[in-house]
Design a protein around this ligand. Structure first.
Ligand SMILES: [Zn+2]
Length: 224
């Protein structure tokens, strides 16, 4: 740990991202022992593409947790209640699971699902980008989020059914630098996987731009 970081940790000791308990200043993953035993870790190794009746662009996904209880509450704080620092722990957990289950050498780059700039301005950060940046350092792959762009503002997905979600995100993204993804295998980062419409649409434009493989990594999912 760098000196600056150690000093910061003494002043602002790390806290468990699930219950707020103060942790040892040297803690790397900010989860207390008690929460760790209760967490709904996702048993599924790789989640297969989700829309079996339709063409799939995303080649699969991996999730650390099930989207429920304490995980759901922590992700809500991360996104809406100004707890961007949680990205460090989320990124480490994703990196650990990726290391266990996949061959990271197969991939060329990491990128996040873009937020519309208005949303990012209001929130002050793109939560998926923070995870993507940290993840890229941990697994030593290039971070290329600037390649993907959100073209238009989309209604919040959470109240829509799957069909409406698909329509809602259609054409919402574009690839700004197709050369960068042509022939490449990509890890695509988001915080939550629900229906998969957003990840699927990002994968579609990436594949159209020549990407060979798009594999999604998320903190939590409601899918098995
Ligand atoms: Zn805790």
């Amino acid at each position: 740990m760098k000196l600056f970081e150690s000093v910061l940790n003494l002043i602002y000791p790390p806290k468990c991202i699930f219950c707020g308990q103060i942790l040892d200043y040297s803690a790397v993953i900010h989860i207390c022992g008690s929460c760790f035993t209760k967490l709904p870790f996702s048993d599924s190794a790789i989640i297969r593409p989700w829309q079996e009746d339709e063409e799939n662009y995303c080649d699969g996904a991996l999730s650390v947790f099930e989207y429920t209880g304490m995980v759901k509450e922590s992700l809500i704080r991360f996104k809406f209640y100004n707890k961007p620092g949680y990205y460090r722990t989320y990124a480490r957990l994703i990196a650990d699971k990726l290391n266990k289950l996949t061959n990271i050498k197969e991939y060329d780059m990491v990128m996040s699902v873009p937020l519309h700039k208005h949303k990012e301005f209001i929130r002050g950060y793109n939560q998926a980008y923070l995870i993507s940046k940290a993840l890229s350092r941990l697994i030593k792959l290039r971070e290329c989020s600037k390649v993907l762009k959100r073209e238009r503002y989309t209604e919040s997905q959470s109240l829509l059914d799957r069909q409406k979600r698909n329509q809602n995100v259609r054409g919402a993204f574009s690839v700004k630098l197709p050369k960068k993804v042509n022939g490449k295998s990509i890890l695509l980062v988001d915080d939550i996987l629900t229906t998969g419409s957003t990840l699927e649409e990002c994968s579609r434009v990436l594949k159209q731009a020549g990407a060979v493989k798009v594999f999604a990594v998320v903190v939590a999912t409601g899918r098995k």
